[in-house]
Design a protein around this ligand. Structure first.
Ligand code: NAD
Length: 310
């Protein structure tokens, strides 16, 4: 069976995927429309792998040099995708571009290659209906930074062969990610549906002046989020009573009556946007965003180490 992976688009996410596939020895071939991007991706990946090794954070059993030797670049799309077991597309989030790129891949890849897109927002049916191998399309949506946050949402189009979705899941497990398999495509997949439910309620609570921005974020970072890093919301309910049936008996009326108090959906527009931005920029000024992102990534690294040690 082929051990080749084609990566199309070598930006932030393409680089992460390349490292993840190489950590178990897949032969990764990176293509980008910008040859300079490939060069800088290879330099960046080599540095990242070395740093991970130095800090004892390298995944897999191969050393950094061996992992890097599994990755190469090419200026030919055909060379990247031909006979690959899976092509991971990581081009910018633009529907027309995704349609065009997948058509080009479809023209040169064989019928046994899985077509896997990193898209965060587009349903797979939107960019695969015109492909001759459309039964091979799936979305494999990672969460940033994928090296430390292992979740991958696997989303089929209505015409995706079930065996393709299953094989994609098996490959994701093999590289050490945590796949979840949606039975059908739904807008926002699942990560963003859950995220937006939470964001909508934070918007309403801040609009009503119940909590300010700093305190509402603490409810997650120093409250619910502490649990959710280890247990999902459903298992949390199971543990918070004598099992889920007992939880429903005890709390279903409360959940129902509090939920009836939720406000109708609002668009994120108007003076409230400026007010929230003002409070956030006081906490993290725009010129400090990069510094704070680095701190977030360090915190996620330590959390992933803790999770592995439990
Ligand atoms: P990016 O802008 O960092 O990288 C995109 C790369 O694609 C660039 O190197 C660009 O040169 C290349 N490219 C553009 N057109 C191309 C073409 N026709 N053929 C080949 N390469 C081409 O973008 P990113 O942040 O890595 O995002 C890539 C995908 O991953 C998007 O669909 C995005 O929604 C998804 N995603 C991003 C994140 C994130 O946090 N950045 C998280 C999950 C999913």
């Amino acid at each position: 069976m082929s051990r080749k992976i084609g990566i199309v688009g070598s930006g932030l996410i393409g680089r992460s995927w390349a490292m993840l596939f190489a950590n178990v020895g897949y032969q990764v071939v990176i293509y980008d429309i910008e040859p300079k991007q490939i060069e800088s991706a290879l330099v960046d990946i080599e540095q990242q792998l070395k740093k991970l090794e130095e800090n004892g954070l390298l995944r897999g059993t191969l050393n950094a040099e061996q992992q890097f030797a599994c990755i190469r670049g090419t200026n030919s799309l055909e060379e990247a995708v031909k006979d690959a077991v899976l092509v991971q597309e990581c081009v910018p989030e633009n529907l027309e571009l995704k349609r065009k790129v997948w058509k080009s891949v479809d023209d040169v890849a064989g019928p046994a290659t899985i077509f896997s897109s990193s898209t965060s927002t587009f349903l797979p049916s939107l960019f695969s209906d015109h492909l001759k191998n459309k039964q091979n399309i799936v979305v494999s949506h990672p969460v940033n930074p994928p090296y430390y946050v292992p979740l991958v949402e696997i989303v089929p189009a209505p015409w995706t062969d079930l065996a393709v979705a299953k094989k994609t899941r098996a490959i994701m497990e093999e590289i050490g990610q945590t796949p979840v398999s949606l039975s059908k495509e739904v807008p926002g997949f699942v990560v963003n549906r859950l995220q937006y439910a939470l964001l909508n309620e934070t918007w309403n609570l801040v609009s009503d002046g119940v909590l300010d921005v700093q305190d509402i974020d603490k409810v997650m970072s120093d409250g619910l989020g502490m649990r959710y890093a280890f247990l999902g919301p459903l298992e949390t309910t199971h543990l918070n009573a004598e099992g889920f049936i007992d939880y429903c008996k005890k709390y279903s009326n409360t959940i129902y009556s509090v939920s009836k108090d939720f406000k109708p959906l609002e668009k994120w527009e108007g003076p409230q946007v400026d007010e929230i931005a003002k409070q956030l920029e006081k906490l993290v000024p725009l010129e400090k965003l990069q510094e704070r992102r680095s701190w977030r990534d360090l915190a996620l690294t330590k959390l992933s180490q803790l999770k592995k040690s439990l």
